[in-house]
Structure formats: C-alpha cells, structure tokens
Write a protein that binds this ligand. Structure first.
Ligand code: NAP
Length: 340
C-alpha cells in the first residue's frame, strides 16, 4: 500500500523528513479493530511535534497522521459498532501506526460514523479537534453540553486554529457567551463567521479589552495556545470559582497558588490521546462524541473547519502541511484527500 513515512527526524525543508513509500498492508487486526481504507487526512500540530528534529532513527518506516476519514474494509472478530462498507472518521491512537497510509487499523471504540452531509475531506478536518474541544469543555471542565451556559462568559485563547474553530461552535451551541482571541484581520473574520460573540486580540492586553466590552471577569477560559505566556493574565481575568482548560504542555513549572488558590479556580487538562493510550474503561466515549458531532453536522448546527485542501496524500503535500503548521498561523484545518 502507498504510505508517507519517516525513518529520521529532520527539519521539514529536508525532503527526507517525510517520504513516499510502499508498505505491506496492516495484518493481524485486534478483536475490536477496523481495517479502514483512508480517503482523506488532516494534519495537526501533534504531527509536527512528533516529527520534530531529534537524533533518533526508526528501524522501519514510521507512519504518522492522527485525523482521517475513510471506509471500513474489514472488522475484527468482536467488532459490534461497524461493518464493512461503513464510512467513518476518527483521530486514532498515538501509540499505533497513523493515517498517512492507504490502510490503517483503528479500534472501533474511538471511531465515529462520518457525517453524511460532508465528503471525506470535509469530515477528515474534524475528529482530533472535535474530540479535544468536546472532552475539554464537556468532560474535563464541569460544563455539560445540554445544560445551557448563557450567563457564563467563555474566553477562547488562540481561537482561529484547528481546536478553536470547533470549540467556538460547540461553546456557542452550549449557550456560552464566547469571546474569541484572534490577531489578524483574516483570523478575526474567521472566528466571527464561526459564531464568536466578541473578538479580542491576544497580541494586546486582554484585561483592558475585556473591560472595554464591559466584562470584568470571565467564568471560563480555555487556552489553546502557549500555556506559559497566558498563565499570569488568566489568573487575573478569571472570575472567582471559575474554570481554566489547558491543552498545551507548559515549558516551565506553573505557579498554581494565588491568585488561582485564592479564587478557588478549577484547572483542567485535556489530552485527547489519553483514552486510547491508556485504554481507559470509558474510551468508547470518543465513539459516542464523534457520532454526536456527526449528528450536529448533519442537522446543520456544526460546520466543517476545513479551510484548504493541499492535494492528494503524498510526501510533498504533507511536508507543505507541516511547514504551514510550524509557522503557527494556520486558520481552521488543512486537509489532504485521495491517493496520487
Ligand atoms: N492536548 C490535546 O489533546 C491537544 C489537542 C489538539 C491540539 N493540541 C495543541 O494545541 C495547540 C493548538 O492546536 P491547533 O490545532 O488549534 O493549532 P493551530 O491550528 O496551528 O493554531 C493556529 C492559530 O493559533 C493562533 N496563534 C498562534 N500563536 C498564538 C499565540 N501566541 N497566542 C494565541 N493564539 C496564537 C493563530 O491565530 P492568529 O493568527 O489570530 O494569531 C493561528 O491561526 C497546539 O500546540 C497543539 O499541539 C493539544
């Protein structure tokens, strides 16, 4: 089968950083595995973080890729949720070979049915970021999607990227008053189009901009960007008994005492690979939430965050996607669709 792989961890402008190759299709499916023919993939910062240069070599080509849509070809002997021919979308498991290959094995419990109203490319944009945003807001933080959080202000830092683009929509559906941060005219426009009630600029002081909106404190913050850079200001603008959601590993130890302690702030981590990685008893929740997101899409309540299709799935297009993501300026999601 066709695949894009690496054996060395090189800068992205090195053509050897990701190369086209032929691999044997995966064998020996686990009892809950689906064998999926990959039709489209999207690319996330996690791909670039794993691929980042380091003095290490893989003895066999390693396939990355943690967002895909495709068709179920075969199923393991205890699979109950899907059958061959089903169209699916999923993020997968960081501990297994990824989606940048024509065929991939994925545990059925972390796979959802593809939204019917989206094509494979539009669907591939969604799973990793939808899982992240949903688990952060509605599993780790104390909010529940159905309850209606109208009196609560939610600040989303770094809202125009992949995670923010779906988080804005989900938070808005859940009833929050959404304040998104964006720093360029095109990202301001994008976050407004996704439903942000207010937009402020993360390159300018946040507290002053909130005050100008007549907002003294926000009840919830999700920081989808540099954790260290915003830690101090979040402590200032978060309301007493508020909640802060984090998804980016800090570079330095965080001071979790005052003002966080004085205000009794809840601090919540999300890592969307935790459930598959540790095979938690509730890993099937990712299947349920992807199906829920598909229902919202098909009901016209949630839209794809696909912004650009870079072409078919090959090494040159994947290197271009990694290069763009490494600039930190991608809007929505980049997708590769079809095989050359
Ligand atoms: N823990 C998890 O489960 C999990 C899951 C997914 C992602 N992540 C991590 O979360 C981060 C965001 O992921 P993503 O996919 O949303 O990234 P992304 O798509 O690359 O985000 C790009 C956007 O971030 C904004 N941005 C860049 N620098 C910023 C800064 N200093 N402050 C605020 N915003 C900034 C930019 O908006 P402007 O142009 O408007 O500045 C840009 O449009 C990554 O580090 C990723 O690895 C973690």
């Amino acid at each position: 089968m066709k695949a894009v792989a690496l054996t060395r961890y090189l800068p992205i402008d090195d053509p050897g950083s990701l190369f086209d190759t032929e691999l044997s299709p995966p064998e020996n499916p686990g009892e809950h595995d689906l064998l999926i023919r990959v039709e489209a993939v999207s690319v996330n910062p996690v791909d670039t973080k794993i691929r980042a240069p380091k003095p290490q070599e893989e003895p066999v080509p390693r396939v990355l890729g943690y967002d895909a849509a495709g068709t179920v070809e075969a199923v393991g002997n205890r699979v109950t949720l899907f059958q061959p021919g089903d169209k699916v979308y999923y993020a997968g498991d960081i501990t297994r070979p990824g989606s940048n290959a024509e065929y991939q094995l994925v545990d059925e419990r972390i796979v959802g049915r593809k939204p019917e109203t989206l094509d494979f490319a539009q669907a591939a944009a969604l799973p990793l970021t939808a899982i992240t945003a949903w688990e952060l807001l509605f599993t780790r933080m104390p909010y529940r999607f159905e309850q209606g959080w109208r009196s609560q202000h939610l600040l989303i830092i770094g809202a125009a990227g992949g995670v923010g683009s779906i988080a804005i929509q989900l938070a808005r559906l859940a009833g929050f008053t959404v304040i998104a941060t964006a720093s360029r005219p095109q990202t301001v426009e994008w976050v407004k189009s996704l439903g942000a009630h207010h937009v402020i600029n993360h390159r300018q002081p946040l507290a002053a901009q909130l005050k100008a909106l007549d907002i003294e404190h926000v009840q919830a913050v999700i920081n989808l960007a540099d954790t260290d850079a915003y830690w101090s200001v979040i402590g200032d603008i978060i309301a007493p008994e508020g909640h802060v959601g984090l998804i980016v590993e800090p570079r330095t130890p965080l001071h979790i005492g005052d003002p966080y302690k004085a205000k009794c702030i809840g601090i919540h981590w999300e890592f969307m690979f935790a459930r598959p990685r540790f095979r938690t008893a509730d890993m099937i929740e990712q299947h349920h939430l992807l199906n829920r997101a598909a229902e919202l899409v098909d009901a016209g309540k949630l839209r794809t965050t696909l912004r650009e299709i870079l072409g078919p799935i090959n090494a040159a297009n994947l290197r271009e996607a990694h290069r763009c993501l490494e600039t930190g300026s991608v809007i929505g999601k980049l997708v590769l669709a079809g095989w050359p």
